[in-house]
Design a protein around this ligand. Structure first.
Ligand code: SF4
Length: 676
């Protein structure tokens, strides 16, 4: 039935698009536009997984679009770095200046002195690894290892399963046991929550493993709250329980795996008691978990990214992912594991980038940005080109990153939507479009989906899309031709399988294989060379400092005994939308830890270690385990009293596998501000 026309709705139109931000769900969106302005962002009803609701974060995206922090024009720095004073220039002036500087660096120091720096701020397929990569490859810039998230879990999944697609949200209702391990879908990936609740209503048992008592943990049948960094012993104790108790599925192991002896040997050291003591949990609870997992089918583990962000993160992910193989949980709907499904459609940037091969130039791990800026020689970093990313807010060892950005001899370009912490240190600022103003292709990594992102309004101010700006720069350097973003869109779509491309461009979304819900070991199998699960990949064993499944002890000391974690929040998507956060961030602390330090709720505190100090209020919260404190992920510097965030306390050490960031290895002390 057509909707009634009222004075409130007349003159409005609704545009169907999709959310490409760095979130597993990739919602279909209905965006209401009036007189060329976005007035409402809501969920699109046609998506069977995200249905017709979205998170509160993106509902507010209009405040970013039209907010006072929005970058509207190209600008160049005036005065000292970091003062934040810029003068408006034309796009031609800005691009000429950048191109001249790139050419000069290439012709003097060498192009490896140029470091492109990007991550998932605009996570669509057009905004990254297209014309940007062509430019930086063609000029021979340093390459960036984008390892800040999902590198350890990705390395483990690749080595064990060849990144076999995982169970998707719809199949959770078929599980009898659900394990949410190091993941809080109430904060990120919200569309999983109703499926978990539906499964619980149907009688499924829920186990949550998280140092905090999250909303889902409070509703779980069993909540394990381990000390951060100890998921590995817990998983290995489960393996030992399965092997020693005769619960391992020997038939499945014989037919579908290799390397089981190596896993079994490493797990043999971890009794329930030893693992429980190491993790600081009750051995009775760990035994119950082992019994539940061995005795319930279908059993589904959601392996999150919380468990990877520490020195043992890669081995922990491998051990968790190995559990369904050892326990025989595959081959049934609602069983197995789910992690990232980003590879499930088999669509990789290599399909459209193979005409510009990647050069063998210097590879820089993004988690070492501070060191790269301050310590790298031969050549030093002379140009930092930041886009889709706010590294001053998101990278480890924030104070070192800050020192690097202050270098007077560093030429920094920041191509951004809003005036971020990093943008303040730019030499040249370029205004970027948001996903409501440009085309893109959104690929989910929770559900399996591919959707067209359509511009719903004209770019605000003089913002331009990535595809156009990078091709324009390439053209100025005689390294390629300038393209409209629609040219790039059609070129990339032309490299997708024909049925995918036509469906995407004609209907805006692609029908996923297996109705979007493949069953592991029925519909999909390991993408390893022999289609078997490799439970002890040699390359991982050689690469990990303590060997694969080797535990590295807690980095805490008497001076800095508290484990600081920085989990995803309901307010930002990593640091995206951090500009909208008005109130000071609050350190969450268990009342017992606070009492030991003479602290009361709302006290201003110093959170500190040898790397830095964060000043903020404290909240007493029994939902966080003793010995662990928490600050939100992705904070901007204005969110604390002294302009430092949790990343100022995070070492730039790397995870055992994949070169990931060890955000949860920060060990700190907390004291009343003013008391030393
Ligand atoms: S951030 Fe996630 S939940 Fe929010 S609109 Fe985007 S895809 Fe949906």
């Amino acid at each position: 039935m057509p909707r009634a026309v009222t004075p409130e709705t007349w003159g409005r139109s609704t545009v169907r698009t999709a959310c490409p931000l760095d979130c597993p769900d990739s919602c279909t969106l209905d965006v209401t536009v009036e007189k060329g302005r976005v007035v409402k962002i809501d969920g699109g009803a046609t998506n069977p997984v995200t249905r017709n609701y979205i998170c509160a974060k993106v509902r507010r995206f209009g405040e970013r679009l039209y907010g006072e922090d929005r970058l509207l024009y190209p600008a160049i720095r005036q005065g000292p770095k970091g003062q934040g004073v810029f003068t408006r220039v034309t796009w031609d002036e800005a691009l000429d200046q950048i191109a001249r500087r790139m050419a000069a660096i290439r012709d003097t120091t060498g192009a490896e002195a140029i470091l492109p720096f990007c991550y998932g701020g605009s996570n669509g397929l057009l905004s990254q690894d297209t014309n940007d990569a062509r430019l930086f490859r063609a000029i021979g810039a340093s390459r960036l290892a984008r390892t800040v998230c999902a590198a350890p879990t990705g390395a483990a999944n690749q080595a064990l399963y060849g990144k076999m697609p995982g169970a998707t949200y719809a199949d959770y209702v078929h599980a009898r046991l659900i394990v949410l391990w190091g993941v809080n879908p109430s904060a990120s990936g919200i569309h999983l929550v109703p499926y978990v609740r539906e499964a619980q209503k149907a009688g499924a048992t829920l186990v949550v493993i998280d140092p905090r008592s999250t909303a889902l943990a409070r509703q779980a049948d069993l909540h394990l709250a381990p000390r951060p960094g100890t998921d590995l012993p817990i998983a290995l104790a489960l393996h030992r329980f399965l092997f020693e108790g005769g619960y391992a599925d020997e038939r499945f192991l014989d037919a579908h795996t290799r390397g089981v002896a190596g896993l079994r040997a490493r797990a043999s050291e971890w009794t329930i008691e030893r693992a429980a003591e190491t993790a600081g949990i009750d051995p009775v609870d760990l035994t119950r978990f082992a019994q539940l997992y061995s005795g319930t089918s279908p059993a589904l583990i959601r392996c999150g990214w919380g468990l990877e962000r520490n020195r043992n993160g890669g081995s922990a992910a491998a051990a968790v992912l190995a559990l369904p193989a050892v326990a025989g949980k595959f081959g049934v709907r609602g069983g197995g594991f789910s992690m990232s499904n980003s590879g499930a459609l088999g669509i990789k940037a290599a399909a459209w980038m193979n005409d510009t091969p990647e050069p063998a130039t210097r590879l820089v791990n993004m988690n070492l940005l501070g060191r790269a800026l301050l310590e790298f020689r031969d050549p030093p970093v002379e140009m930092l080109f930041v886009y889709n990313c706010n590294p001053l807010a998101t990278m480890p060892d924030q104070n070192r990153v800050l020192e690097g950005l202050k270098r007077e001899d560093l030429f920094t370009v920041v191509y951004e939507q809003v005036f971020t912490d990093t943008a303040r240190y730019a030499d040249v600022l370029l205004p970027a479009t948001t996903f409501l103003e440009n085309y893109d292709i959104a690929k989910a990594y929770g559900p399996i989906s591919l959707q067209l992102v359509r511009p719903v309004v004209e770019p605000f101010g003089e913002a331009r899309p990535n595809a156009e700006v990078f091709s324009e720069l390439a053209s100025r350097l005689d390294l390629g031709e300038a393209e409209l973003e629609t040219d790039t869109l059609f070129r990339i779509a032309g490299r997708l399988p024909p049925h995918v491309s036509s469906e995407l461009l004609e209907t805006g979304s692609v029908t996923p294989p297996f109705d979007g819900a493949p069953v592991q070991f029925v519909d999909v199998f390991p993408l390893t060379p022999d289609r078997k699960v490799d439970l002890f990949p040699e390359a991982l064993d050689e690469g990990a400092p303590a060997g694969l499944y080797g535990f590295q002890p807690d980095p805490g000391t008497d001076r800095f005994p508290l484990a600081l974690i920085s989990p995803a929040s309901e307010k930002t998507i990593t640091s995206t939308l951090g500009e909208l956060r008005q109130r000071a961030a609050v350190l969450q602390m268990n009342p017992a830890d606070a009492a030991a330090r003479g602290l009361a709720s709302d006290d201003p505190v110093r959170v500190f270690n040898d790397l830095g100090e964060v000043q903020c209020p404290v909240a007493l919260n029994k939902d966080i385990r003793p010995g662990t404190v928490s600050l939100p992920k992705g904070l901007w510097r204005k969110s604390t009293y002294n302009g430092s965030t949790s990343n100022a306390l995070v070492p730039d050490t790397l995870t055992d596998l994949g070169g990931g960031a060890c955000f949860n290895d920060a060990r700190v002390q907390v004291a009343l501000l003013g008391r030393h």
